[in-house]
Design a protein around this ligand. Structure first.
Ligand code: SF4
Ligand code: SF4
Length: 182
């Protein structure tokens, strides 16, 4: 299923439109997507429920769910769906709108982590864990959370103080520019 359709409207996330809408409208709620989804037990909205909400135009419930951030984009749902409906193709435009529009969600730490991660990749051409942690902590004000884990990672050499830039940093930055990501 191709991604098309959604666009922001009055600062809110718009329901799918165009080709994407005509594809999700074919859903007949058989539940095969949810039955095969590896993270369904952790979800507050199951894949078939998200598809139904999108068809009904109730995107706000998807935006405020945990599930939108739990989807692994494994495409198992798309492979199982008799109508070829791929849930990530529905969720990706919604996630992009949330990230680009700075729209509040129930799980604000997820967009904060995503933005911090992408900033370090844009800057160094690869992730630098310490910069990522610093940017994430500043944004979420969770300075003292996960200190034990952070220390363990540092002790095992998983967190480097100095960043190591990728040799292909310019190419990575070009990709960011082309995608108009900030
Ligand atoms: S498998 Fe496809 S048709 Fe069935 S509920 Fe999921 S999205 Fe709808
Ligand atoms: S792509 Fe997302 S919704 Fe679909 S099966 Fe994988 S985790 Fe579940």
């Amino acid at each position: 299923m191709q991604q098309t359709g959604s666009s922001t409207r009055s600062g809110k996330v718009a329901p799918p439109s165009g080709e994407l809408a005509s594809i999700v409208n074919q859903c007949y709620q058989c539940g095969k997507c949810s039955a095969g989804c590896p993270v369904a037990p952790e979800m507050d909205l199951l894949p078939h429920q998200m598809v139904r909400l999108a068809v009904m135009g109730d995107v706000d419930r998807i935006v405020q769910s945990k599930s939108i951030w739990l989807c692994l984009t494994c495409h198992t749902c798309g492979a199982r769906c008799p109508n070829g409906i791929d849930v990530p193709a529905l969720l990706d435009p919604i996630r992009h709108q949330i990230l680009r529009g700075n729209i509040e969600t129930r799980e604000p730490q997820v967009p904060a982590f995503h933005n911090a991660f992408m900033k370090t990749v844009r800057r160094f051409g690869r992730v630098h864990e310490l910069s990522l942690i610093g940017a994430y902590k500043m944004k979420t004000k969770t300075f003292f959370d996960d200190m034990k884990l952070g220390w363990e990672m540092f002790r095992r050499g998983k967190i480097h103080i100095m960043p190591h830039s990728s040799k292909r940093k310019a190419e990575v930055r070009e990709l960011f520019n082309k995608s108009s990501m900030k």
